[in-house]
Structures are given as C-alpha cells and as structure tokens.
Write a protein that binds this ligand. Structure first.
Ligand SMILES: Nc1nc2c(ncn2[C@@H]2O[C@H](COP(=O)(O)OP(=O)(O)OP(=O)(O)O)[C@@H](O)[C@H]2O)c(=O)[nH]1
Ligand SMILES: [Zn+2]
Length: 369
C-alpha cells in the first residue's frame, strides 16, 4: 500500500476545554489567547517488524469511535521513485485526495529533509489535527524517524513526538528479536522494541501461553520501562495508546498575595529546575502557564505568562480595589501535573509566611529533560 493519509473526526469534544482565567475586571482583559495556537499536536510513531500488525492498528484507530481528528500516515512499503505520493484523506466521512511531497518517495527516508514540512503543509491546508499517527516501514529504525522531532523542537514546530508504539508479532517476534545479524548490522526488530514507549504484543491468538511468556521476558530484557500490552488485531482501549505523555490542565485560585521573590522561586522550580514531582514520582512538565496574581505591595494586578522555560511577570493596567479581593489564579498546561501538589506547593512556597519548608513533591531532583 502506498503511503496514505487519512483523518477521522467524530463529534464528541475532548479535553481541550482549557479553563480560562476568570478576570476580576472582565472589561480590562485585553486579548484572550486562543490556546490552540500554543498546544502542540502530538505525533505517535508506530513501528514494528514486517507484518506485525501496524496497519491493522492504524485502521483500527481510524474506525474506532473517538472524539479526535486524527491523521494517519500509512507508509506501507516506502519504496518507489515517485516524488509525490498520493494520500487518501478522509475527513468527516468524505474522502479527499492529497499529495504529500517527498523528495525521494519514502516518508521514512525523507523525514530528515522535508517529511515534517509535508505534514505541516498538510495541516495548513486541512486545519489542525488533534493527533498524528505515523507508520514507519517494518524495517525502519524509529530512532531516525524520531530524530526529526528533536531537530524541529528548536525550530518551533507545531508538532511534537508523543511516543513510539512498537507492534510485535507473537508468533514470529521472538525469532525476529533473537536473530543474529552480521557484524556491524543492527537488528531492527530489537531496536524498535528498545526505543518503544509502548509495546503491543499482537496476534496473541496464534500462540500458547508458554510462547507468550518467553516473548514477554525477551521484550522486558530489551526494554524494561515501556508499557507492554497484549492484543489481538491490534485492538485495545484507545486512550491507553494515544497521548502517552498526556497533557493535562490544572487550575487553582488562592486568596491573598504572593511575595514576588517566592513566586519566582516557585515558577523557576517548575519551569527551570523541573524538580517538582507528582504522586507517581514523575516530574511535572509545564508547557504553558498563565496567571493573574496579586504581588505583595503592588497595587496592580499582575499577569504571569509562561511557555516552556520562558516566563514573565508583568503589570496589568488594573489595580486591586481592596485587599479582600486579592488572589492568585493560575492555569498550568503540561504533563504529569497534579493539582493538589501544585496548589499545596504554591501555598507553602508563595504565601506571605516566609517560612520555607519542603513541600510535597519536591523531595529529590528530577533528571534533566
Ligand atoms: N491471527 C491474527 N492475525 C492478525 C492479527 N493482527 C493482524 N493480523 C494479520 O496480520 C497481517 C499483517 O498485518 P498488517 O497490519 O498489515 O501488518 P503491518 O505491520 O502493517 O505489515 P507491513 O506494513 O507489511 O510491515 C494481516 O493479514 C492481518 O490481518 C491478530 O491479532 N491475529
Ligand atoms: Zn503496514
């Protein structure tokens, strides 16, 4: 099958209902930002040895009821010399024909130069997708495909790599994974499993429990951290696989004022030091921060804006009417965020009582990102 792109859209809406700050003086709220421009589109790379069930997985996702506009880029064999590949785009039940321009005809080989550009162009034409799934050829090294997203992170792309899913064939997986390659050659199957954030052991209907156990053990020895799921026809509960690094929104409102310096320390711990953890011990990662805060001794309402590591605190043109109305309202969008911990940390670190104690979630450093 030629590389093909399909999109599906279903009616229900999903968690893009980012709570907006409710300004105390609505009429002074100048430009209300549309978070669509800030939230990046996740891309999941789907890899797996030839015939493991990648296309089955993607077709399953396309036909499964969900509430997202998902673009699926199928890249079955990736050979051929055509400069342009035809894409089937199905959106809202209608089928469109699209052209994805690829320099050498194969998405996997083109990603480093213009594969990403092609996806972005398509998004410009078709409107933003909520999610992009990208199938690599069975022999592709997902590391090469993944690297285009690292390169692009600095260029400020609209899309980011959410994770790598590797589909493993229950019947032949063990053979592929243990195959000895001639000196100097990597075993693609092993590499695909090693790099995966999630591993689907597919076609479990074809093997005994004993064979399955062996495969499971081998997979675990190659990749001790990835999530492992067992499937038939690559089907599973959809939310488990999408948004592997899922983005959450946390918002809270704390009455009173903050010391400016303490507020800076609180924000810097989150955005720069990244040493704040959630209940599972995972580091919170803030992608977007907005806030309307009261700073001690400042008559104006202050606005905090943050994107990734950058943030600023600026004065608004609105003054607090009286001390009773002073409060700090904050919205965080990111990964592994936990409202209770963030709010408690904020209260402990920022409240006027200057006594700084170790707040929950701040015990021990997180590894650098
Ligand atoms: N018995 C069985 N067959 C399956 C299962 N999942 C997929 N298949 C079949 O396995 C074959 C290969 O599936 P694909 O989804 O095309 O595999 P693929 O990884 O996309 O293959 P390539 O693109 O060639 O690398 C198809 O005939 C599927 O119908 C399963 O759970 N059980
Ligand atoms: Zn396929």
């Amino acid at each position: 099958m030629l590389p093909a792109m399909k999109t599906v859209e279903a009616e229900e809406e999903y968690a893009e209902d980012c709570p907006e700050l409710v300004p105390i003086e609505t009429k002074h709220q100048e430009k209300e930002e549309n978070l669509d421009f800030i939230i990046k589109i996740p891309v999941t790379i789907v890899t797996g040895y030839l015939g493991a069930g990648k296309t089955t997985l993607l077709n399953y996702i396309l036909t499964e009821q969900h509430n997202r506009k998902i673009a699926v880029i199928l890249n079955e064999f990736g050979e051929g010399n055509a400069v342009e590949k035809s894409l089937a785009v199905s959106q809202g039940g209608e089928l469109y024909e699209e052209w994805l321009e690829l320099r050498n005809g194969c998405l996997c080989c083109s990603v480093k130069d213009n594969g990403l550009k092609a996806i972005e162009n398509l998004m410009q034409k078709k409107g933003k997708f909520d999610y992009i799934l990208l199938e690599t050829t069975g022999l592709a090294d997902p590391g090469a495909v993944a690297s285009m997203f690292w390169v692009d992170a600095e260029l400020g792309s609209d899309i980011y790599l959410d994770g790598i899913i590797t589909v493993v064939d229950s019947k032949y997986g063990l053979k592929h994974l243990t195959e000895e390659k001639p000196d100097g050659l990597v075993n693609e199957a092993t590499r695909q499993v090693a790099l995966a954030d999630m591993i689907l052991i597919n076609k479990t209907d074809l093997v005994s429990e004993e064979e399955l156990n062996k495969l499971r053990t081998t997979i675990r020895s190659i990749n001790g951290l990835g999530k492992v799921l067992e499937t038939q026809r690559s089907s599973f509960f959809l939310p488990v696989v999408l948004f592997i690094k899922s983005i959450v929104t946390v918002t809270f409102d704390v009455p009173g004022s903050a010391e400016e310096e303490s507020l800076n320390v609180f924000i810097q711990n989150l955005l720069w030091e990244k040493n704040v953890k959630n209940k599972d011990g995972r580091c919170m990662e803030v992608i977007r921060l907005k806030g309307l805060v009261s700073i001690k001794d400042k008559p104006q309402q202050m606005i905090v804006q943050g994107i990734h590591e950058l943030y600023e605190l600026e004065e608004s043109r609105v003054n607090w009417k009286d001390d009773a109305e002073r409060a700090c309202q904050l919205v965080f969008i990111g990964k592994n965020l936990d409202k209770d911990i963030l709010q408690q940390l904020f209260i402990t670190a920022v409240a006027e009582t200057k006594e700084q104690t170790t707040a929950p979630g701040q015990d021990g450093a997180c590894p650098p990102h």
